[in-house]
Design a protein around this ligand. Structure first.
Ligand code: ZN
Length: 163
């Protein structure tokens, strides 16, 4: 999937196999929220986050029907390994709103602003991907980026297959 802001200052690219991993995790989470982190790199022009790996929910995550406290167990070692092997790093978060719209809640927005200013994350413009609906059928996705105190929506664009 490919998303861009209308001014094309911010983009997000998610490879199909990582999207499948997310949908699989949503299916196995049934009517509870789930989520994980997006890892990858920025393009040389720094305009697009290129996701290479998504994680599923860490074992210490707590899940409800309309809330998620994403845990942290194991993430440090995943990030360390990807940094050492591939120079890839934390880009943001994804999570699932089961059988509901992928609209960010006040809590979602607050958490992203917190991450944007948190030094351990070292990610001043984190991206958030929300999957909503039925992961076995009619699902949809929205993506947002959080530069400074802003929230900017990225619109999905069809990837051209002939270029
Ligand atoms: Zn949410």
């Amino acid at each position: 999937m490919e998303f861009w802001s209308s001014d094309r200052r911010f983009g997000l690219h998610l490879p199909p196999e990582e999207l499948q991993k997310i949908l699989q995790e949503c299916r196995s989470s049934a009517d509870h929220e789930t989520g994980g982190i997006l890892v990858g790199y920025y393009t040389e022009a720094h305009d697009s986050a290129r996701v290479t790996v998504v994680t599923t929910a860490p074992a210490d995550s707590q899940k409800g029907r309309t809330w998620l406290l994403r845990g942290t167990r194991g993430l440090t070692s995943v990030l360390k390994e990807l940094w050492l092997k591939k120079r890839e790093y934390y880009l943001g978060e994804w999570h699932f709103h089961p059988y509901a719209a992928p609209t960010p809640s006040g809590t979602d927005i607050g958490q992203m602003h917190e991450i944007a200013t948190s030094s351990p994350y070292a990610c001043p413009e984190p991206t958030m991907l929300i999957i909503g609906g039925d992961p076995c059928g009619n699902w949809n996705a929205r993506a947002f980026v959080f530069p400074k105190a802003e929230m900017i929506e990225l619109q999905e664009e069809r990837e051209s297959t002939d270029s």
